[in-house]
Design a protein around this ligand. Structure first.
Ligand SMILES: C[S@@+](CC[C@H](N)C(=O)[O-])C[C@H]1O[C@@H](n2cnc3c(N)ncnc32)[C@H](O)[C@@H]1O
Length: 254
């Protein structure tokens, strides 16, 4: 009997934003694979353990296996090659853990931050591992609430305007300004403050950091007026916590 592997979206930080479907799946799992990223991001790992403590009714029925994520250069000169090498190293580590701990007939899971479909490499890495043919499993994906949904909810806005499109982009693609023709652009994975490079007038920013956590920060207003304030608040929070997760919507005036 083949093993089962669930990829479970857990939302972006608030245990109250874990879905009923995710909780039911967690209660059927025997081994949770927890990817760790070093001391700076330990809070993100701790939240996964907190979710298990809170929602799994019989703690004695599961074990956790930690997999240390390979380190990655966040500002490489060769972006695609660097990411490809990192994914290979990741697949090596995951394959080794799965071979050792996911046995025939058992049920394992990865708990994925936010939603597995949005800027998360778990599904790609597992596809690589499966393609190598050394481990076999039936995979099931359970969606989670994403940081983008929390951003919109907290600001009380819809992401699109009537009949309009939404573009979701990593911040590094803003180097040349907002994409031409785009009206509403959601920006993720901002290693610095990419919004400060946008000089065009008439853009409104809806910014959110640590969404869904007790440290949540929200600011919105005309970008040319409040970019400096967001930059300052962001820098202070990053200094205090040691890491930063922010997401924002840049909205061009119609
Ligand atoms: C690797 S991606 C993961 C996205 C995740 N799968 C999701 O659905 O939100 C990490 C990026 O998501 C955004 N993000 C994740 N959690 C967040 C949070 N709690 N508050 C603000 N942004 C968050 C940030 O843009 C961060 O750089």
């Amino acid at each position: 009997m083949t093993a089962r592997l669930s990829v479970i979206g857990i939302g972006p930080g608030d245990p109250a934003q874990v879905t009923v479907e995710a909780i039911e799946a967690m209660n059927a799992v025997e081994v949770f694979f927890v990817v760790t990223k070093g001391p700076d991001k330990q809070e993100l790992v701790d939240l996964r353990f907190e979710i298990l403590r809170r929602y799994v009714r019989e703690p004695s029925r599961y074990e956790t296996v930690e997999i240390r994520d390979p380190d990655r250069d966040r500002t490489p000169s060769e972006y695609r090659a660097t990411v490809a090498a990192w994914r290979t190293a990741r697949a090596d580590a995951w394959e080794a853990a799965l071979r050792e701990h996911l046995h025939e007939g058992s049920h394992g899971a990865f708990l994925v931050w936010g939603d597995p479909a949005l800027y998360d490499s778990t599904l790609d890495v597992l596809a690589d591992v499966l393609a190598r043919g050394q481990v076999a499993f039936d995979q099931h994906v359970i969606p989670g609430i994403s940081s983008v949904q929390i951003l919109a909810a907290r600001h009380g806005i819809a992401l699109n305007r009537i009949g309009g499109a939404i573009e979701i982009t990593p911040a590094r693609r803003l180097a040349d300004g907002l994409p031409s023709g785009a009206e509403d652009v959601v920006v993720m994975l901002d290693a610095a403050t990419a919004f400060t490079a946008i000089s065009e007038p008439g853009v409104h920013i809806y910014w959110g950091a640590y969404l869904g956590s007790p440290d949540e920060l929200l600011i919105d207003g005309p970008l040319d007026e409040i970019a400096g304030e967001i930059e300052r608040v962001r820098a202070e929070a990053k200094e205090r916590k040691g890491w930063m997760f922010d997401t924002y919507l840049l909205r061009r005036a119609r």
